[in-house]
Design a protein around this ligand. Structure first.
Ligand SMILES: Cc1cc2nc3c(=O)[nH]c(=O)nc-3n(C[C@H](O)[C@H](O)[C@H](O)COP(=O)(O)O)c2cc1C
Length: 376
């Protein structure tokens, strides 16, 4: 469906809060200014420093680090091997740190670690659907136990410095039962009452994982429920710039977090920014532009991880980048095999040397991508 600028204006007029986004005016998330409503979502295994920096350079107003375990954070020392988990580039503020856990005191201690590391916003994960995570009463499991969930929110809010907003990420429930729905609203309302600055809602249930669509009508219902003063961000099925604007127009949410649609595709942020500001949709990045970004991504990876580890990280991103190439299957095939920086460079010189037009990433590409078996 094509969405006109008028639709966005109507949605903005009718639904957005004073604290929320009006075109050209930043959002205020608990006092942290975020320039536009388009964010890079938390993505385990992906939204590390290089991905966040590139998202921000391409127009994401805010980016979230991948989720980390509270106990991992508490035990983290300044060892070279793990330092990158808490590393933040000067250019990426405001940046969000996200955590999950099961026990309220330890959770709060982990959140303090994130605040001490310099994350501007502390985001609580009540959404992760990974089996191992649920089995250990973390992530999405909390949607089935509102009292513990709210205890975690309360302890975290108390422990984190007052100038550092605490936010929440939730799925729309554990499952489709009415008890699950009641729990969702008990946590949502309770968390706002405890001082949470914004809540991101992914319109799928935990049981649903990634099967079936994210229910945007539920996001609209949640936004109506909380009213204009409280910030709701939407998540789920945002694979193009137009999807992002359509979610805002159809649901009235105050911001959207782009997840699978942004992996290997930082250009989605400049595309959505153009549409949001009434400019035409930019063409997809040319092959020359893509090669430049891949090289820069590699450089950032080497700086962050060192030579050896950067190759492992880069290979999975390269596979995602190949989706913007018109001969994506051949390029993907070549990139799957790379094992050294020289080989990446050879693929770039073979497949990206001619500065031809690229393509918008088709939505089918994202279907198979799910959260893995571990959240770090
Ligand atoms: C590989 C992968 C890793 C994810 N990791 C996280 C995470 O660390 N924290 C989080 O809150 N959500 C995580 N998510 C969920 C996304 O942020 C987002 O809510 C979800 O993918 C729905 O959006 P989409 O349909 O536009 O991809 C992850 C999703 C994927 C596919």
């Amino acid at each position: 469906m094509r969405v006109s600028r008028l639709d966005f204006d109507v949605a903005a007029e009718s639904s957005h809060s004073d604290g929320g986004q009006k075109r050209g005016r930043p959002l205020s998330v608990g006092g942290v200014a975020i320039a536009s409503p388009f964010f890079q979502a938390a993505l385990s295994g992906y939204s590390d420093l290089p991905m966040r920096v590139l998202a921000r350079r391409h127009g994401a107003a805010y980016a979230l680090c991948e989720v980390m375990l509270d106990q991992f954070l508490v035990s983290l020392t300044d060892r070279a091997k793990t330092r990158h988990f808490l590393e933040i580039a000067a250019e990426e503020h405001p940046v969000g740190g996200q955590l999950m856990g099961s026990e309220p005191n330890q959770f709060a201690a982990g959140a303090v670690k994130l605040a001490d590391a310099g994350f501007d916003v502390i985001d609580i994960n009540f959404g992760c659907p990974v089996k191992k995570v649920l089995g250990r009463c973390r992530g999405g499991f909390h949607l089935s136990q509102p009292k513990v969930a709210l205890e975690i929110v309360a302890r975290t809010r108390d422990a984190v410095p007052p100038d550092r907003p605490v936010t929440l990420k939730m799925r729309r429930g554990m499952d489709d039962s009415s008890a699950s729905r009641d729990h969702f609203y008990e946590i949502l309302d309770g968390a706002f009452a405890l001082g949470v600055a914004a809540i991101t809602v992914h319109g799928r249930t935990v049981r649903q994982r990634y099967v079936g669509p994210s229910r945007w009508d539920f996001l609209a219902e949640v936004k109506r429920h909380v009213g204009p003063e409280r910030l709701i961000f939407g998540s789920g099925d945002l694979f193009s710039a137009e999807d992002c604007l359509r979610m805002i127009a159809e649901t009235g949410v105050d911001g959207v977090t782009i997840a699978r649609g942004a992996i290997g595709n930082p250009w989605i942020f400049e595309q959505v920014d153009a549409l949001w500001n009434g400019r035409p949709l930019p063409p997809p990045p040319s092959l020359g532009v893509q090669a430049g970004v891949i090289r820069e991504h590699f450089r950032l990876c080497r700086e962050t991880y060192g030579e050896k580890r950067s190759m492992i990280m880069m290979r999975k991103f390269c596979i995602k980048y190949s989706a913007s190439h018109p001969e994506h299957l051949a390029v993907r095939e070549a990139l799957v095999r790379v094992s050294s920086p020289e080989e990446v460079e050879r693929v770039l010189q073979t497949h990206y040397a001619e500065d031809r037009p690229g393509r918008y990433v088709p939505r089918e590409v994202h279907g198979g991508q799910q959260e893995g078996e571990t959240c770090s």
